[in-house]
Design a protein around this ligand. Structure first.
Ligand SMILES: [Zn+2]
Length: 333
């Protein structure tokens, strides 16, 4: 979570939510707990942070923090004593009950800067049962000017009793024009590429930016080339499997799935193919539609297995997927 003071609202597709939030502040109808629900890549955590910062500023003006008061200086330095951020110690790990107990201590103290005390907790679905029950106690007995801001990607995984104690904020999917204009602001010069990636990211602009900032797009291009080469016999399947065997099998599986979907869309509905999967579809388009559907089912089942509690060996999964892929890509005689 960023230390510096964020733009308010952090993203242009959050303007309406931000206005509603400001209204609540003006009407003194800030609830004890907010619950922001939004998929990855829509800026839910940034929104939570900005809300917390706004409430802590000692003299906010209109819809922004003042940037000058003591609270703002502390926020900018990331050292405001009345702001507590709780998240899993490692990505993908659970939020522990000890961490929730620290919240109780924080709630019990008086605000050092005389305003709100803010607790931001994300991702809320990563609390185990003990943690969730401990949090519930805090939500049931809110103390003074304490505001919880919970963030979740999966509302259904939260206890109904937690959900019912929070004011729900549903983060909207930005419309394509807003998302593309934001992507252009952050340096996407190729509008067609931005559009293709955006649709692949389910409309999540921040996800697209993350992809661009990391090596993932180059890695994917290399993987796609490899998937063509094994079908063409230019690369031995076992060499491919060895090369990609130490990667997250979900990444390889995801690219295979998108490649098959693009091929099926082309075969069945004559849908145009974007740049990313063009070469792959060109290679796969003569394969049997029936076999591709079967491969798709298999990939989905494997994905569910990988996401669930399983002890699959990643290298073996990749090896299996490689052989299935070659079999599925065989052109119809
Ligand atoms: Zn201020």
């Amino acid at each position: 979570m960023a230390n510096a003071i964020l733009p308010m609202p952090p993203y242009k597709w959050q303007t309406k939510l931000w206005d509603d939030f400001i209204k609540r502040n003006e009407n003194s109808s800030v609830p004890h707990a907010f619950l922001i629900c939004g998929q990855e890549g829509f800026g839910a955590e940034a929104l939570a942070t900005a809300m917390g910062q706004y409430m802590l500023c000692l003299s906010p003006s209109e819809k922004l923090v003042c940037g000058k008061c003591k609270a703002c200086h502390l926020l900018d330095a990331g050292t405001h004593p009345d702001l507590m951020v709780v998240t899993a110690e490692e990505k993908g790990k659970q939020i522990k009950v000890d961490q929730i107990r620290e919240i109780s201590g924080f709630v019990g103290k008086t605000a050092q800067q005389g305003g709100y005390k803010i607790i931001i907790l994300y991702p809320a679905e990563d609390m185990n049962t003990n943690s969730a029950n401990a949090l519930l106690k805090n939500l049931e007995e809110p103390a003074g000017k304490t505001v919880f801001i919970l963030v979740t990607k999966q509302l259904s995984r939260l206890l109904p009793t937690i959900r019912s104690r929070c004011a729900l904020i549903n983060l909207p999917v930005p419309d394509a024009a807003q998302a593309l204009s934001w992507l252009s602001d952050v340096g996407f010069d190729d509008a067609a590429e931005a559009q293709e990636l955006l649709s692949e990211a389910g409309g999540a602009p921040l996800l697209v930016k993350d992809w661009k900032d990391s090596a993932i797009l180059e890695e994917r291009a290399e993987l796609i080339k490899g998937l063509i080469d094994i079908v063409d016999g230019k690369t031995e399947p076992m060499i491919f499997a060895k090369k990609w065997g130490n990667q997250d099998p979900l990444f390889i599986l995801g690219v295979m799935l998108l490649g098959i979907d693009a091929t099926l869309a082309f075969q069945v509905a004559d849908k145009p193919v974007g740049k990313v999967y063009e070469a792959l579809v060109g290679r796969m388009k003569m394969a049997s539609t029936k076999v591709l559907y079967a491969m798709r089912d298999k990939l989905c089942a494997k994905k569910a297995q990988l996401l669930g509690p399983s002890n699959l060996n990643p290298a073996m999964v990749v090896e299996e997927l490689t052989l299935d892929w070659i079999a599925a890509a065989k052109p119809l005689k």
